[in-house]
Ligand binder design. Structure first.
Ligand SMILES: Cc1cc2nc3c(=O)[nH]c(=O)nc-3n(C[C@H](O)[C@H](O)[C@H](O)COP(=O)(O)OP(=O)(O)OC[C@H]3O[C@@H](n4cnc5c(N)ncnc54)[C@H](O)[C@@H]3O)c2cc1C
Length: 343
């Protein structure tokens, strides 16, 4: 059966949305993807400041399932990712202890957004960037229409897939739908990220650490990842609790506080950085998930997916997108719905 005339709108071009797109395109669907960012990738991202470069969102990823491993092996062969053989440990009160277990940790090359770019290039179909969707409405004929923040309309989609954080999905969904309650109950923690470059370098002889005390959860020397510039560039992530408490603070204040916390964690006074900046991830790390790995409202041909449906990591985003694409294929083929509708 040809799905060529079956149009699917996908809101969100992170790994999840890109996975849905690639999977449906391979089955012959016509997809259109919308993302508010300048390039695809979402939280798999890179921040550049002049010659400095930082992975300020996802730091690395691990692999469990065979489907994801197959894709990662291909990315690895094509040099979009590579294992990060880093010295990673636990940091407390100035003491760094090497972690006992060291899973294979992959990073994008030359930055964390590389696999997203590879996924985007691996399928046809229109991609609308810098296009923030503000409304999704179901027309009388059952098709979906979207509106963006510049008032432009896009219409005629049989299926709508939303891969943005649940709170933002609620904002754009005008329709009464059975999935609203689940969306409303999903919890996604914020994360403040600070980027800093030290010149001369700090001279730390390890690459990253899970911080055990204070406002920081994670610190990493970005330059220790393959393919990065060699500056002593650091990424610091605050804990969920600290990030939530200070979510509305301004960036310079956050940068100063977290740099001071970095000094405490290292057990020494830090010199002023050559450059520093802060980025707020308002929706960073989900705490909840859903039983089927995605949400499906069969009455509306509406699907929602994302890492927040499957454990909050990169592989979760991939798995959730893959499962929802299967659901749409079943629905288009007239086979019974797999996912139970949430009550
Ligand atoms: C600080 C931090 C550290 C992390 N560390 C790790 C880690 O070490 N390992 C790991 O596996 N995972 C990590 N993660 C999680 C990982 O980044 C995510 O699991 C994964 O990238 C989620 O992909 P996604 O497609 O579900 O969502 P996203 O990547 O968030 O994609 C959603 C997309 O929707 C777009 N969007 C939002 N609203 C709209 C709108 N209204 N209209 C159009 N587009 C919109 C956004 O621009 C974005 O591109 C981390 C995340 C953060 C923030």
């Amino acid at each position: 059966m040809s799905e060529g005339n079956t149009r699917v709108a996908i809101v969100g071009g992170g790994i999840c949305g890109l996975t849905v797109r690639r999977s449906l395109m391979r089955s012959g669907f016509t997809t259109e993807l919308f993302d508010k960012g300048r390039s695809p990738g979402g939280r798999m991202s890179r921040r550049q400041h002049g010659e400095y470069q930082f992975d300020h969102g996802a730091q690395y990823f691990t692999v469990v399932g065979s489907d994801f491993q197959e894709l990662v092996n291909r990315w690895d062969a094509e040099k979009f990712v590579t294992p990060w053989t880093a010295r990673i440990g636990v940091l407390k009160d100035g003491d760094w202890t090497e972690a006992r277990t060291q899973p294979v940790r992959y990073v994008g090359v030359p930055a964390m957004n590389a696999p997203a770019k590879a996924l985007a290039a691996d399928a046809d179909g229109e991609v609308h960037l810098q296009c923030r969707i503000t409304d999704a409405v179901r027309e009388q004929d059952g098709s979906w229409s979207l509106t963006d923040d510049r008032g432009r309309s896009y219409s005629g989609y049989r299926f709508l897939v939303i891969t943005i954080p649940p709170a933002q999905a609620l904002e754009i969904l005008q329709e009464p739908t059975a999935v609203r309650a689940t969306l409303g109950g999903a919890v996604v923690d914020p994360c403040w990220a600070v980027m800093a470059v030290f010149d001369p370098p700090l001279g730390v002889d390890w690459d990253a650490a899970f911080v055990q005390k204070g406002p920081l959860a994670w610190v990493a020397r970005n330059g220790s990842k393959p393919g990065r510039p060699e500056h002593d560039a650091w990424v610091l992530h605050a804990t969920p609790d600290w990030s939530r408490q200070f979510v509305e603070q301004d960036r310079p204040w956050v940068a100063a506080e977290l740099l001071q916390a970095f000094g405490h964690a290292l057990g020494r006074n830090l010199p002023a950085p050559a450059w520093s900046g802060a980025h707020r991830w308002r929706y960073a790390r989900p705490r909840t998930q859903v039983p089927d790995g995605y949400l499906w409202d069969a009455a509306l041909n509406l699907g929602l997916c994302g890492d927040w449906c499957v454990g909050g990591r990169l592989e979760g985003a991939f798995t959730s997108g893959r499962l929802l694409a299967e659901q749409i294929r079943r629905q288009a083929a007239g086979r019974p719905s797999h996912a139970a509708q949430p009550s």
